[in-house]
Design a protein around this ligand. Structure first.
Ligand code: ADP
Length: 257
C-alpha cells in the first residue's frame, strides 16, 4: 500500500547571513521525504547542520531556497496562520532545551498545544493525564517545573509534544537530560506510536537512540552523506552499524599526546 507523504523537502538550502561577510551555507541543496510510519534518525557531528535541517522540516524556520511540501501542499503558498494551524494539528515538536514556562504548572505547560486548539477543559485534562501516565509524571502535574528534576521536566516537554496526537513527532536530542533507562522508555513510547503510523524524526548524537529508528541519515558538512536503512537487521546489528558510521565523529575528540 502506498504510504502517505507527510513532508517533502525539495532542494532546500539554508544560508545564514546571506550577503554578509559572515555568510554560511549550513545546508547545501537537500532532498528528503518523510512518509507515514517512518522513524528517521538524523546523526552527524556537531555543526554538521542537523538542527538546521530539523527546524526547516518542522516549519519553524524557512529554507533560503527550495520548496517544502506539507502533506503535498506547497508551504510557500501558506500564510503564517495556515502554517501555525499545520503545526498545531500535525506536528509534535520536542526540543532539547527544557522550554517549559516556569510560572505554569507541569499540567498547564503540557496542555499549551490543546489550549491553542481551543479544546474543552475536560478534553484537555483527560488528554494531559493520558500522556503524563505514558511518561510516568502523572503525580507531578500540579507542581511547578522548578519543583521537578531535569529528567522530569524533560519528560514533560515530551508530553507536550505528544498531547495533540501529532501525525509527525519531530525531536531534537529529546533525551539529552535523561539517564539511559528513562531515555529507553521515551524511545519505546515513540516506537509504539510509530507502529501505529505516527512519523518520527529525531536528531541525536547517540547510536543507542538512533537504533530505535528504521532509517538513519548521516549529515556532514551540511549534506546528507549517507543513509542507513535498518531493514531486516536486529536492533543490535543496526546499532553496531551506526557505531561504525559515526566512529569518525568520536575520533575527533581524541588528541595526540
Ligand atoms: P548541528 O545541529 O549539526 O550541530 P547546526 O544546524 O546547529 O548544526 O549548525 C550548522 C552550521 O550553521 C554551524 O556552522 C552553525 O554554526 C551554523 N549556524 C546555526 N545556526 C545559525 C544561526 N542562527 N546563525 C548563523 N549560523 C548558524
Amino acid at each position: 500500500m502506498e504510504k502517505k507523504e507527510f513532508i517533502r523537502a525539495k532542494n532546500i538550502t539554508r544560508i545564514y547571513g546571506e550577503g554578509t561577510p559572515n555568510e554560511i551555507e549550513a545546508l547545501h541543496p537537500t532532498n528528503l521525504t518523510i512518509s507515514e510510519g517512518e522513524f528517521v534518525a538524523i546523526m552527524g557531528p556537531s555543526g554538521a547542520g542537523k538542527s538546521t535541517l530539523l527546524t526547516i522540516l518542522s516549519t519553524l524556520d524557512f529554507a533560503t531556497r527550495g520548496g517544502m511540501y506539507l502533506e503535498g501542499e506547497n508551504a510557500a503558498g501558506m500564510d503564517n496562520k495556515e502554517l501555525s494551524k499545520f503545526r498545531s494539528n500535525f506536528l509534535g515538536y520536542i526540543s532539547q532545551d527544557l522550554t517549559l514556562i516556569d510560572s505554569l504548572t507541569m499540567r498547564e505547560n503540557i496542555a499549551i498545544p490543546l489550549y491553542i486548539q481551543g479544546k474543552s477543559a475536560s478534553e484537555i485534562n483527560s488528554k494531559v493525564e493520558e500522556v503524563a501516565r505514558l511518561c510516568h509524571i502523572e503525580k507531578l502535574l500540579d507542581k511547578l517545573p522548578s519543583e521537578c528534576s531535569g529528567g522530569q521536566v524533560q519528560r514533560a516537554t515530551v508530553c507536550r509534544g505528544l498531547v495533540n496526537d501529532p501525525k509527525l513527532i519531530v525531536a531534537d536530542e529529546p533525551t539529552g537530560n535523561l539517564d539511559s533507562k528513562n531515555a529507553h522508555e521515551v524511545l519505546m513510547i515513540f516506537r509504539e506510536l510509530n507502529k501505529k503510523g505516527t512519523g518520527v524524526v529525531v536528531v541525536t548524537h547517540d547510536c543507542q537512540i538512533a537504533s530505535y529508528s528504521t532509517k538513519t541519515l548521516y549529515v556532514l558538512d551540511g549534506m546528507i552523506k549517507e543513509t542507513v536503512e535498518r531493514n531486516e537487521m536486529s536492533q543490535e546489528e543496526y546499532y553496531e552499524k551506526l557505531v561504525q558510521l559515526t566512529s569518525e565523529d568520536i575520533d575527533e575528540i581524541f588528541v595526540e599526546e
